[in-house]
Design a protein around this ligand. Structure first.
Ligand code: AMP
Length: 564
């Protein structure tokens, strides 16, 4: 806007830059004696963290990494990853958090596309890198990360092993100040079509994101607060959207942090209990795995707070989790948005209400966190009314959204149509401003001309006592365009005890109560042992649709009429 007054001060006035190093400095000032723990293998305090970050920067600079260069990290959640979260961007370099679950071809593509110069790779992934190392034309050096003394067999010539290199280098590194708009991180998101797309975030964006989530989950009085006396353990891979930014927040607060390495249920539960973990975050699949393990019922998990995101928290899972005394709630965001956009916020009145009334709000994705400008719009871009029913696409503006897709102007323009980032998520907003994700645009089912939310049917079916996991997808129907199809995993004790008809009768109760439309009740239910998952542990509906379509073509018409 013209006419506002800007005073920049005199030449000597310092223009402070929002840099990731400031996040680390804060933690060190407040609680330097708190620990960073890695499995049952490593523990040290924040002084040591700072020292190791300095050493890592010296190692990397010795390997030729300078400002603007990209360093790829290929590890499970570890103290080493946390060190890279700081050392790499603090040097002015860019940290590429590699999705370890991509196919070799996609890995090769993303590492070439990001122009990775140095790769830090866990010994477990060396065979994978071996397969593609010939194609990694930009990579100059590899560093081995390992918990064992034994070296893996490989054709790669490593510059050295991480701990040995750190031990040999100096702890002090002069982290200079530079432009806060410098890129700090990059990673890739796998869409429905084409190659993975790179998203990128600057220091300024990550600092502002950290401050906003610190306010949103720490300062406002509500459920599941994350404060400096908590013990934090991520259950979201650190390669996926900065583990939702919480390692940065935890470090700023000087929180005790526990990194579990590869997610193994026994180790997770052990750390959870022995380290006194009080806050984690994960996709529903991981929570489901922990909550349904027999051990969960025999231990006290009542001090644990869990933020669920990445996919909708089904009501049944929320209820089972709350029953164990776990304070569970939701957050919403995506790779393109750093990621946090909205987080559950229970008002005093909601907190005083009984559990079943609270569930409704805990599974909604809450309200936009400070500085997020979020609206729902129809196909023409007009805002949709906030009545808790009308559905529109979520579009957003915030200080921490990716400016586009790396080296892809066409897709970037598509993402940022009309100056708003288009999420592709359909939602309603109620009069209090609570956002409820109804579905991904591409997962909604259009049957007989009416839109049906797969998430809503899943959430209701998850409340059936026999259902362990459920995915609902739309498949083509000559008569209706598409029809919903439920794929169900039964709890072991209910195997063979229920059938598609019983589940339809269960759903019809919700139809009678006016919660669900009759056309939302799936004609067919397929029982299976497991539901395919994506590289970040969400239900893989794309694969499910393809698998199911292939199965159905193989079967004759008689079978098509039946549940399976
Ligand atoms: P990703 O980019 O892999 O992090 O996936 C982001 C997508 O996950 C979003 O666009 C949503 O479709 C979905 N998502 C994330 N959080 C939630 C949530 N709390 N409820 C429903 N869907 C979610």
């Amino acid at each position: 806007m013209a006419g506002t007054k800007i005073i920049r001060g005199v030449e000597e006035t310092h223009q402070f830059q929002l840099l990731i190093k400031n996040i680390l400095d804060a933690g060190l000032r407040y609680e330097p004696h708190r620990e960073i723990v890695y499995r049952d293998l490593v523990r040290y305090d924040y002084f040591k963290l700072k020292e190791r970050i300095g050493r890592l920067a010296n190692v990397l600079s010795g390997l030729g990494v300078g400002p603007g260069d990209t360093v790829a990290v290929f590890d499970w959640d570890s103290h080493r990853y946390l060190e890279a979260y700081f050392a790499v961007p603090m040097m002015g370099a860019i940290m590429h958090t590699v999705n370890v679950r991509l196919s070799p071809a996609q890995l090769g593509y993303t590492m070439r596309h990001a122009e990775d110069k140095v790769v830090l790779v866990n010994s477990e992934f060396v065979p994978l890198i071996d397969k593609i190392s010939g194609d990694l034309t930009s990579v100059k050096q590899f560093v081995l990360l390992t918990d064992e003394k034994k070296r893996p067999e490989s054709t790669i010539e490593f510059a050295g092993e991480y701990e040995e290199l750190l031990a040999k280098s100096r702890p002090d590194y002069n982290f200079e100040e530079f432009d806060e708009n410098s890129i700090a991180t990059v990673f890739y998101t796998t869409g429905t079509t084409g190659e993975p797309k790179g998203v990128y975030f600057s220091h300024r964006q990550l600092v502002l994101h950290t401050l906003a989530i610190t306010a949103s989950v720490g300062a406002y009085q509500s459920q599941g607060r994350f404060r400096s006396d908590d013990v934090y353990m991520p259950l979201t891979p650190m390669f996926h959207v900065h583990a939702w930014g919480l390692p940065y927040m935890a470090t700023m607060l000087g929180v005790k942090q526990v990194y579990p390495g590869k997610y193994e249920p026994a180790m997770l539960l052990k750390l959870l209990l022995s380290e006194g973990v009080t806050l984690s975050h994960c996709v529903p699949t991981i929570l489901h795995m922990l909550v349904s393990s027999p051990v969960a019922k025999s231990v006290d998990l009542s001090k644990w707070k869990v933020i669920i995101g990445g996919a909708a928290l089904p009501k049944g899972l929320a209820e089972a989790t709350l029953k164990l005394g776990i304070d569970v709630y939701s957050g919403y965001g995506m790779s393109e948005t750093c990621p946090v956009l909205t987080i559950t916020y229970l008002t005093k009145e909601m907190l005083e209400s009984d559990t079943s009334s609270q569930v409704k709000y805990r599974v909604k994705t809450g309200i936009p966190v400070p500085f997020v400008d979020l609206k729902i719009v129809d196909e023409k871009g007009n805002e949709v009314v906030h009545d808790g029913k009308s559905v529109g696409e979520i579009v957003v503006r915030a200080p921490w959204l990716t400016q586009g897709y790396l080296k892809d102007d066409d897709m970037s323009r598509q993402l940022w149509r009309g100056g708003w980032l288009h999420t592709g998520d359909m939602a309603n907003i109620d009069q209090q401003g609570y956002v409820e994700i109804v579905d991904r645009l591409k997962d909604m089912i259009k049957t007989g001309g009416e839109w049906v939310s797969s998430l809503e049917i899943e959430s209701i079916l998850s409340q059936n006592e026999a259902v362990s996991e459920v995915a609902v997808i739309g498949l083509p129907s000559e008569k209706w365009g598409e029809r919903p199809y439920a794929v169900v995993v039964l709890k072991p004790e209910f195997a063979g005890q229920t059938d598609g008809n019983a589940l339809r009768v269960f759903l019809k109760k919700f139809v009678d109560e006016g919660v669900l439309n009759s056309w939302s009740v799936p004609d067919k239910v397929l029982f299976t042992d497991s539901i395919p998952k994506t590289s970040v542990g969400k239900m893989d509906k794309k694969k499910l649709r393809a698998d199911l379509a292939a199965t159905l073509t193989l079967l004759n018409n008689e079978n098509l009429k039946k549940d399976m």
